[in-house]
Write a protein that binds this ligand. Structure first.
Ligand code: ATP
Length: 596
């Protein structure tokens, strides 16, 4: 397919806000593509050239993109910048110029050609790479038509923002094959094990939907991590899963480790599938020393350790290990220990469908160390098997007394449910003084500039929301103006600047009356503690509207969910936006509220 035709699809998608319509447009596009086109097209639709978990940055600041444009069109910089400032949109300004100055070099480039060039651009490194990048982009600008140019320049700028997430692409794959979303579940299951939309699209085209059943974990492709349900009494846990394994719940970082003993290559992934190996040299060395397997994928929780007192550190201290600089120094100050608790793959064999009891036994076989907390990096977690709620309560109290967060109860015959929150794991955390049993992970959707004391911070309140999985939308649940330290306000402002937008992202459903000074693209996830979930008509999370009697407007039939006394617990850089608390979870937390 020609890139020009793809640009028409970009435009169609940009113009619609209805998720169903976007899904249909995507499905009709996918139908027309060949197997070797669909993967690359899907990456481009997401403004990338590789899957989500691979790190390739275009490395082009706005200035470089402008240089490519003026070079491509042989324009005076001043002339272009003046128009850009007036229009406020780089892509549209370029499109307008292109319409006026038609280049003789315009040719019908294919998607594959444009993809290859953008890939070359993204991977150009070393001396002179800036010039190479500018040359590639300016060449493409010369050779593509005006509408294609509008979208092309948004890709290296990270501004494509077509208003849908991976979930909508999965739906569209189902529509492509069956004309409805009946295959979505099957496709999503495969995606959780191989979270590469391009790979899945290619496979569907080439080998059909049946091939998905054979997808297994692959070394150095991160697997979406399994998540826990929550309950608040030992009785409920035993009622739900019967005899189970109880493990302490450590409050550190969840890490997924991929290791090849053959090559000594190791990659450590965080919850949001980011390769964070460079941050943890002590874990890297520990795995190389203490794990015995040709190839292995395992998961565990890393937590800070205080050698002199032989104790584990609270999260606030462990979190200092999440840094990009002074890594060796901080590693010495706050060494980490890893409690491995999952085995997903070993020596060519997948373990995700094996029952937990066996997975755990197999995992232990591959850890060979001294059994000594001081010398080892990988530590065996004390586990107990029980069906007695009293024992569960005792283990819970023990964990709390040791300063841990609580316990996790795991079904003995549970498989590893990649990417899913299921009843195979149940967390039982310390109850707080509030009515809600757990914290809520929210997406930052927008913010207000600060007034009074906060004028200096640039931010005085921020709008947060939760994820509506069914509709692939974010719905508001609170505007938070208190509960942050001065440092946190400053930090929040700094982060928000990176993703700030004048226009509301199409994936946000926000009440007309809810105003913010700036919108923030879906990137920043924060953990929020609130006293209670209440009802509010201004928030869209869980709100139901009905036509008014006159039929000319809508009125609130059921108000939305709002948070009472919300405060920031921490930034959740390890979570993707789609991993924020879902609307369904918020609804069940509302129902479970003490006295609610
Ligand atoms: P969620 O996965 O529910 O979104 P979260 O990151 O907000 O979780 P929690 O809800 O507190 O965290 O609990 C689940 C997390 O607990 C896991 O992702 C893991 O990082 C951590 N954890 C600590 N100890 C264990 C353990 N023994 N087994 C499994 N997970 C553990």
């Amino acid at each position: 397919m020609k890139f020009k035709e793809l640009a028409d699809y970009f435009e169609k998608i940009e113009k619609t806000t209805s998720r169903l319509e976007i899904t249909r447009v995507l499905a009709s596009l996918f139908k027309k593509l060949a197997a070797d086109e669909i993967d690359k097209t899907v990456y481009l639709l997401q403004g990338r050239v590789v899957p989500l978990y691979e790190k390739v940055n275009f490395g082009m600041a706005e200035k470089m993109v402008i240089r490519s444009i003026v070079q491509g069109l042989s324009l005076e910089n001043r002339l272009f910048v003046r128009r850009y400032k007036k229009m406020g949109d780089l892509g549209k300004a370029l499109e307008a110029f292109k319409q006026e100055i038609r280049s003789f070099e315009e040719t019908d480039l294919t998607i594959l050609k444009v993809y290859d060039e953008l890939f070359r651009l993204a991977t150009a490194g070393g001396d002179g790479s800036q010039e190479t990048k500018i040359n590639i982009l300016s060449n493409l600008i010369r050779r593509l038509d005006s509408l294609s140019c509008r979208y092309l320049v948004r890709i290296p700028q990270g501004l494509l923002r077509l208003g849908f997430s991976d979930m909508t692409v999965l739906d569209a794959y189902s529509w492509m094959i069956s004309g409805d979303k009946s295959l979505r579940w099957q496709i999503e299951k495969a995606y959780h094990v191989r979270p590469d939309l391009g790979f899945i699209g290619h496979l569907l085209k080439k080998e059909g939907v049946k091939s998905l059943a054979h997808i297994v974990p692959r070394l150095f492709t991160p697997i979406l991590m399994m998540r826990a349900e929550r309950l608040s009494t030992a009785e409920d846990i035993i009622k739900q899963i019967g005899r189970c394994i109880i493990e302490p719940k450590y409050d550190g970082f969840r890490l997924q480790i991929h290791y090849s003993h053959k090559t000594k290559e190791i990659r450590i992934y965080s919850r949001n599938l980011e390769d964070v190996s460079f941050m943890y040299p002590d874990i890297v060395a520990g795995v190389r020393r203490e794990v015995k397997a040709e190839e292995i994928i395992l998961e565990g929780e890393a937590i800070g350790y205080e050698e002199t007192t032989n104790t584990f550190l609270p999260f606030q201290e462990t979190v200092q290990r999440k840094r990009k600089y002074d890594i060796q120094e901080t590693a010495k100050k706050i060494p980490l220990k890893l409690f491995p608790f999952e085995l997903l793959y070993v020596n060519g064999k997948s373990f995700i469908d094996t029952r937990l009891e066996e997975r755990s036994k197999e995992l232990l076989k591959h850890i060979k160390n001294h059994g000594d907390t001081h010398r080892d990096v990988l530590l065996a977690s004390p586990t107990e098997i029980t069906s007695d709620p009293k024992k569960v309560d005792r283990l819970f109290e023990d964990a709390i007394a040791k300063g841990l967060e609580g316990i996790i109860a795991k079904r003995l015959d549970g498989v590893y449910q990649a990417g899913a929150r299921g009843w195979n794991w149940i967390k039982f955390k310390k109850s707080y003084s509030s009515k809600i049993e757990d914290t809520i992970d929210c997406l930052i959707m927008g913010y207000d500039a600060g007034k009074g004391k906060r004028t200096n911070f640039g931010i005085g309140a921020f709008l947060v929301g939760v994820y509506d999985q069914k509709n692939d939308r974010y719905l508001t649940t609170s505007k938070i103006g208190t509960g942050l330290t001065d440092e946190e306000w400053k930090e929040l402002y700094k982060r928000a600047q990176k993703y700030k937008q004048a226009e509301k992202p199409t994936v946000y459903d926000v009440d007309k009356m809810m105003k913010v000074d700036a919108w923030v693209d879906p990137h920043i996830v924060v953990e929020i503690k609130a006293d209670e979930i209440t009802r509010s008509s201004i928030h869209t999370a869980g709100r139901v509207l009905k036509a008014s009697k006159s039929g000319t407007a809508f009125e609130v039939a059921t108000p939305g969910f709002a948070l009472r006394f919300p405060r920031l617990v921490r930034f959740r850089d390890d979570k993707r936006p789609e991993e924020t608390t879902t609307l369904n979870e918020l609804r069940s937390l509302f129902r479970q509220q003490k006295g609610g």
